[in-house]
Design a protein around this ligand. Structure first.
Ligand code: ADP
Ligand code: MG
Length: 345
């Protein structure tokens, strides 16, 4: 009788121990984290992926980033973009065709503020080779006449494209956002439920944090004495910033940076320091961060009021004041002075 009770107890204890071990293993597997830093698309990237499949997922992600970099890099003569810029016609790969389609949509929705035919101007200002110069007015005027996305002849059914003789395309304003959304898809294919992808300050999250809470993404600050502009709490979204402090040169006391106004061929000079877009669609977020920078503070606010269902944004102006759209006001915190942008006053 006694033996029987001890036996049962022992069995129960052993069972419990076994169960605990299993739970610990499962939890460990789930809390496994793999990180990877890499340099691609001219920027530092950091991928942080949680869960059992994180190592395999990161290997696949890295492969995808290098694949897209090789495909989209204007500076690499063997890239599909460079080949089309030389040949002026061709049949596009799936990625290129998708990016062209999206770029045309963003061009239309922003009334031409986003225009991928900007490339000859990027070259003229020296941003492509990092040999900066200020082109003269005549040169700028001539190159501006080559800018016009509406002149790209593209047949979505066949994938065949043709561009005018002097035109050259540049996906620099959208490539990282597209890449981050592709990588997020890869994460899903590997069953990843929690990941933070940082592509040079362009952040894309997957799922939630491992404890189910929201991600907290800090928005980069251009000021040395302010560590970040604020923190936005999100679930699965892209948070993409374009700033005039990212890539620029100075000549005779004037700062020229790498976002060009397609209307006059000049690096944008307005009251904005940075534009941050929060959106489910990384490709759109990247395109809009560039386009709304071109539009300026008032233009960006007006634009948001008619597209408020698609995205939210945080603008930072030269007085270090923030403008935050009402859609994220509950999920944004900052120490700086800010104003909420409302749909209707
Ligand atoms: P970053 O590359 O620093 O993240 P952006 O997303 O704003 O910043 O992209 C800037 C890049 O977009 C430029 O380097 C250039 O390749 C391209 N670009 C510049 N002006 C425009 C424009 N008006 N429309 C579309 N692309 C642009
Ligand atoms: Mg952009």
């Amino acid at each position: 009788m006694m033996m029987k009770i001890i036996g049962k107890r022992m069995l129960a204890i052993l069972g419990l121990v076994f169960l605990t071990i299993v739970i610990v293993i499962v939890m460990k597997k789930d809390h496994k984290v793999t990180t990877k830093s890499l340099f691609a698309m001219d920027t530092y990237m950091e991928l942080t992926v949680y869960g059992g499949n994180s190592e395999e997922a990161i290997i696949a992600a890295e492969k995808e980033i290098y694949r897209l970099d090789a495909l989209l890099s204007t500076g690499n003569e063997a890239s599909e973009v460079a080949i089309l810029n030389r040949n002026k016609e061709g049949k596009l790969s799936e990625d290129y065709a998708y990016l062209l389609k999206r770029s045309k949509e963003i061009y239309e929705m922003t009334q031409g503020a986003f225009d991928i035919t900007i490339y000859p101007l990027m070259q003229a200002w020296g941003f492509t080779e990092k040999e900066y110069r200020v082109p003269d007015a005549g040169e700028i005027e001539k190159l501006v006449s080559y800018i016009d996305t509406s002149e790209i002849l593209f047949d979505e059914n066949t994938g065949i494209v043709e561009i005018p003789e002097k035109m050259q395309l540049d996906f620099g304003g959208i490539a990282k956002g597209y890449t981050s959304s592709r990588v997020a898809h890869i994460m899903k294919d590997y069953g990843v439920k929690s990941a933070m992808l940082n592509l040079g300050g362009n952040v894309q999250t997957v799922g939630t944090k491992t404890d189910g809470s929201m991600w907290r993404v800090a928005i980069k600050s251009p000021y040395d004495d302010i560590p970040y502009l604020g923190v936005v709490s999100i679930e699965e979204k892209a948070v993409i910033t374009s700033g005039n402090y990212e890539r620029y040169f100075e000549k005779d006391g004037v700062r020229y940076h790498h976002i060009i106004d397609p209307k006059n061929g000049m690096p944008v000079q307005n009251e904005l320091i940075s534009v941050t877009i929060v959106c489910e669609d990384g490709t759109l977020a990247d395109g809009l961060s560039t386009a709304l920078f071109v539009k300026g503070k008032e233009g960006a606010m007006e634009f948001w009021k008619t597209h408020s269902e698609a995205f939210d944004m945080i603008l930072c102006d030269e007085d270090c004041k923030l403008y935050v759209t009402e859609g994220i006001k509950e999920n944004f915190s900052t120490e700086l002075i800010y104003e909420i942008i409302e749909k209707e006053e």
